[in-house]
Ligand binder design. Structure first.
Ligand code: PXL
Length: 282
């Protein structure tokens, strides 16, 4: 019998608004991946478009949780980091990797810190440098265009993009030290929207697209990265995993658009899980 895969997800819990752990857990679980969590903070909502959200920092709990896990002899097939609230939390994730990483561990870093050309309001520019230090340790880096531009020092541009810009971002990301990078929010014309991937040693990026839907849908980066990791842990090659992740993300956006939900409330990925599970062949 195939051994069940186990991931450690290190993100905040935004209690309402469907992002970070409230997205990572159901998607990885649906894909058959056991998911242990280190919550970095508890917020009443995410920070995108809400004001007066609560924020309880859990930095002080992170090291004790990982030390306890170490004492239990736990091991992980993947480590998945997302929104991290401080420099200290970035250091703790690096410590986590030094304690738990083995030859076969897949380290996915989603440098969740910015979108639409701007840092999220809880961050200041020096945080980008700190995040770069974590990206060095990633096997798989999954930023959006804004994050990729900030991490690589390329100028941020609004779309539509051209192939040269996307390729420069991807090569810049790999030069940070990651083996593979998948860039989200890629579009060359009004009809299509998707992701571009590049692995170390590859000559050209691979592109996966779905029909473009206007509007800023919150939490889609987390849906995408969680689905990508789930597909990789189910043995899918990077390009195929990107296809599966784009399909879940696009379907979630379309359902949300059809329902007319407040865009800050997150996307309806839940009703896409049956098709996602089928795409994984489970
Ligand atoms: O989706 C990324 C994310 C995660 N966690 C929090 C956020 C955001 C994006 O805004 O605010 C708290």
């Amino acid at each position: 019998m195939r051994r069940q895969k186990r991931a450690a997800a290190i993100h905040d819990i935004s209690c309402f608004g469907k992002c970070s752990l409230t997205v990572a857990l159901p998607i990885l679980s649906a894909a058959g991946v056991e998911t242990a969590v280190i919550p970095t903070a508890v917020l009443s909502t995410h920070t995108g478009g809400f004001s007066d959200f609560t924020y309880r920092d859990l930095t002080a709990d992170m090291r004790p949780i990982m030390r306890h896990w170490k004492s239990l002899g736990l091991s992980f097939d993947a480590v998945y980091s997302g929104y991290l609230g401080s420099f200290e939390q970035v250091s703790i994730v690096k410590e986590f990797l030094s304690l738990f990483r083995s030859e076969d561990t897949l380290v996915l870093v989603d440098p969740a810190m910015a979108d639409g050309g701007q840092l999220y309001k809880t961050f200041s520019p020096p945080f980008v440098q700190e995040m770069k230090g974590l990206c060095m340790h990633a096997d798989l880096l999954v930023p959006n265009i804004t994050e990729a531009a900030m991490l690589t020092g390329e100028t941020y541009r609004e779309g539509p993009y051209d192939h040269a810009y996307i390729e420069a971002l991807l090569r810049g990301l790999l030069s940070l030290g990651a083996r593979q990078a998948v860039l989200t929010g890629v579009w060359f014309d009004q009809r299509q929207y998707g992701a571009a991937s590049l692995a170390h040693g590859e000559r050209e990026p691979h592109y996966v697209f779905s029909p473009r839907v206007d509007g800023f849908y919150h939490g889609t980066g987390d849906v995408f990265a969680s689905a990508l990791l789930a597909a990789r842990l189910n043995g899918r090659p990077l390009e195929e995993a990107a296809r599966i992740a784009v399909d879940l993300t696009c379907g979630s956006i379309l359902r949300t658009k059809a329902a007319g939900t407040d865009l800050r409330f997150g996307v309806n990925f839940e009703e896409g899980l049956p098709a996602f599970i089928r795409a994984l062949g489970l």
